[in-house]
Design a protein around this ligand. Structure first.
Ligand SMILES: Cc1ncc(COP(=O)(O)O)c(C=O)c1O
Length: 359
């Protein structure tokens, strides 16, 4: 058959979404299952979001505001930055893609730690860029020294995921200071802070507050996790005005939907509730970590809303044993399993499944 698409895409892994609860319930014939595989927060939409969405839906025969003016103004005021530095997108994953598109020509290099967010290799390959993966440290975190050493003349962008998905590990200010001082000024550093709201360790810097004014730093955030809008797709970045303007040129027109804009505005009114929910997640994160360590799993400290079980070759068996008990976790073969922090009841179910799976 005549080839119509790029041959190099054949080698690309598919993005694997978490398994669906409905599928598992059907397959096992059980009453219910829980999904702790996609790093969502389990407490439903924030107050005011359903109403805002319902109202916005009345106008969906119209295009959204392409400039996303009201929301960018709001985010700018909230974060204390010029709205011209803010770009929104259809999830922060779309903005990560646009950043690579705005910086890389085919053959240019994108450097990132591995394992990290599984979209990075897909995004780099999609742009025809070359992925340079730097192995995680023995403690499952970014090896910033090796990442700095991996930068070449072809490198255009470095993803730094803090806290890191899927390991939950985190970088402290002193290490990031050193790293950023070493990165050449013509390489864009994207600080992916999808899980920033769950950070409680004060030594982990807020990328925007601490590094936001550096010309080659972009801070990427999402409203999918702590802000409960995963299904609506809303992410934003803060960059220097020139970088933001370039990104805006290649962003898919109208990709921040009218409904997502309205939902984000309503969600931003509920910041106190976000903090309350994050505190619940953090308390459960500590409890789950401790319980897993009692089961002899060497769980690294997490600053995100998930924990990492470095089970190596046992990962697949562990994930399927959990599934057989109605708990969907996320396996990354052959390194480990990532488990999202759910409600206390969901976490109890997981811990029971984990105990049985590890017995
Ligand atoms: C590190 C990281 N960055 C970005 C994203 C993308 O989130 P979204 O596209 O839902 O905003 C995720 C989602 O899992 C993530 O883990």
């Amino acid at each position: 058959m005549t080839r119509l698409t790029r041959a190099d895409l054949d080698a690309l892994p598919n993005y694997v979404p978490g398994r669906s609860v409905a599928d598992l319930v059907r397959e096992l014939g059980i009453a219910e299952a829980v999904k702790l595989a996609s790093n969502e927060v389990p407490y439903g939409p924030l107050p005011g979001v359903v109403e805002a969405v319902t109202e916005a839906v009345r106008a969906v025969h119209r295009y959204p505001d392409m400039g996303v003016t009201e929301l960018r103004d709001r985010i700018g005021a909230w974060l204390g930055v010029d709205p011209a530095r803010v770009v929104t997108g259809c999830g922060s994953v779309a903005l990560a893609e646009i950043l690579v598109k705005a910086t890389c020509l085919p053959g240019d290099e994108v450097v990132y730690s591995w394992r990290s967010f599984e979209a990075y290799p897909i995004i780099a390959a999609g742009a025809g860029a070359t992925s340079v993966r730097v192995p995680n440290t023995a403690a499952h975190g970014h090896d910033l020294t090796a990442i700095a050493e991996a930068i070449t003349d072809r490198t255009r962008l470095v993803f730094v995921c803090n806290p890191n998905n899927p390991t939950g590990t985190f970088l402290r200010k002193a290490e990031l200071d050193r790293f950023l001082a070493e990165v050449p000024s013509d390489v864009l550093v994207v600080l992916d802070e999808a899980y920033r709201e769950f950070v409680t360790d004060e030594t982990v810097p807020d990328g925007l507050a601490v590094y936001g004014d550096r010309p080659n730093v972009v801070v990427l955030r999402t409203m999918s996790k702590a802000w409960g809008l995963a299904g609506l797709r809303m992410g934003y970045l803060v960059a220097q005005p020139e970088v933001a303007a370039a990104v805006r040129k290649v962003v898919t027109p109208f990709s921040t939907s009218l409904v997502a804009q309205a939902a984000a505005l309503a969600a931003l009114d509920a910041e106190e509730e976000v903090r309350r929910r994050c505190a619940l997640v953090v308390a459960e994160r500590d409890r789950v970590t401790e319980a897993l360590r009692k089961l002899a799993v060497d769980v690294p400290d997490s600053q995100a809303n998930f924990v990492w079980l470095p089970l190596g070759e046992k990962t697949a068996a562990f994930a399927s044993a959990c599934e057989n008990r109605g708990v969907i976790v996320r396996a990354f073969h052959p390194e480990g399993a990532r488990v999202t922090i759910g409600t206390p009841e969901e976490n109890d179910l997981f811990l029971q499944a984990a105990e049985a799976a590890l017995a």
